[in-house]
Design a protein around this ligand. Structure first.
Ligand SMILES: NC(=O)c1ccc[n+]([C@@H]2O[C@H](COP(=O)([O-])OP(=O)(O)OC[C@H]3O[C@@H](n4cnc5c(N)ncnc54)[C@H](OP(=O)(O)O)[C@@H]3O)[C@@H](O)[C@H]2O)c1
Length: 345
């Protein structure tokens, strides 16, 4: 299917008569500010509230969003969120999301969560990676829109994938589904510093990472559990911090089933994303972070060692958009039944 970009007049004509009421908790964070920016000009919603952390945080404007959204961010108030909004975005640390998400569901509000709190289905694995979430509420959907659109439309809580897993799963799932993978999978991932959120640490301090690259979380990064859950196989996942503000690049090394050809790899990828507006396949032209920064696209390219059974994929995305706020808005569009591209292109 050819994917065309809707023009402004088309978009206005497609806007629903009634605007859905949405709110953002965690609006002062990196992902939360991106959400406010996207939602303030989204044609199908009205932004009722944007909230920061608890009672100790005073109401404040978001200077970077002046003339895009001129409201004031208020301290977190679950009752107010539930009273004013039909759908609430949570861009909070996972322990706060676990608590606020459950409270909103009890009040009949739909939730789109950007944290890891609701991603892991096995109780044992969740205790290891996200111990703040004692149990998964009913109606939680692992919300990778390219794979689970039908379930997301009816979700009570859309649990958005992590930034690293989004790139890894979009690259690998079509090959797994086609039965082309055979052997170990190695995901070598690089991320810009905004992936760690706005609160600086020694690792994210400018003078620590400027001019350097460092591996971290080897065999212990939480996104390993999520990638393995969705692929149903073990992976070796090694993230690195690189001195960029935003963007992720993953180089993925896989062994292919004996005799697999470039034509089969291409066919599996093309078939998976024939009608996916935000996945761009670049084939042998390997993509770069600068092609996707500030967009909701995930670009995926690959090279095959035909006869040698080896494949290298390269997947890139913007961690704050396709890896966080943009993907969350894509999920909102599915939940509202509007064009998946609304507010994103
Ligand atoms: N950054 C990324 O690339 C990325 C990608 C995918 C998913 N995520 C996930 O998205 C969530 C937000 O990430 P972020 O990078 O935007 O984080 P961030 O920059 O650290 O922002 C955190 C936000 O949560 C608020 N907050 C902090 N503690 C809170 C509490 N106890 N109760 C209520 N609100 C609280 C903060 O408010 P104050 O301003 O008042 O402190 C701020 O608005 C995290 O779960 C993260 O794992 C992030």
């Amino acid at each position: 299917m050819a994917i065309t970009v809707p023009q402004a007049a088309e978009r206005a004509a497609a806007a629903p008569a009634r605007l859905a009421r949405v709110a953002v908790a965690g609006a002062t964070g990196y992902a939360g500010q991106e959400l406010v920016r996207l939602l303030a000009r989204h044609s199908a919603v009205t932004l009722t509230d944007a909230m920061s952390s608890g009672a100790a945080s005073a109401p404040r404007p978001l200077p970077a969003l002046k003339r895009i959204w001129d409201g004031a961010v208020a301290p977190l108030d679950v009752e107010r969120l539930a009273a004013n909004a039909e759908i609430v975005f949570l861009a909070l640390p996972e322990a706060a999301s676990a608590e606020v998400g459950a409270a909103l569901l009890e009040r009949g509000v739909r939730v789109i969560d950007l944290s890891g709190a609701f991603r892991i289905r096995s109780d044992a694995d969740r205790r290891r990676w996200y111990p703040a979430t004692a149990a998964l509420p009913d109606g939680v959907v692992y919300a990778l829109p390219e794979r689970h659109a039908a379930a997301i439309r009816g979700a009570r809580l859309a649990s958005c994938p992590g930034c690293y897993p989004t790139a890894a799963l979009l690259a690998l799932e079509p090959l797994a589904a086609a039965g082309l993978l055979d052997g170990p999978i190695v995901i070598d991932a690089k991320s810009g510093i905004s992936g760690a959120g706005k609160t600086p640490s020694q690792r994210t301090h400018f003078s620590e990472n400027h001019g350097s690259v460092a591996a971290y979380g080897v065999f212990s990064h939480r996104h390993t559990g999520e990638i393995e859950q969705e692929l149903r196989t073990r992976v070796t996942f090694v993230p690195h911090l690189v001195p960029l503000d935003r963007g992720i690049l993953e180089t993925i090394y896989v062994s292919l089933r004996r005799g697999t050809t470039e034509v089969q790899v291409s066919a599996a990828m093309q078939e998976a994303y024939a009608s996916a507006p935000f996945v761009r396949l670049t084939g042998a032209e390997l993509p770069e972070i600068k092609h996707v920064a500030h967009t909701n696209f995930c670009d995926i390219g690959w090279r095959i060692d035909e006869g040698g059974g080896r494949l290298v994929q390269v997947a890139v995305l913007d961690n704050l958009l396709k890896g966080a706020a943009g993907q969350a808005v894509q999920n909102l569009n599915l939940m509202l039944g509007v064009d998946e591209r609304t507010g994103l292109i």
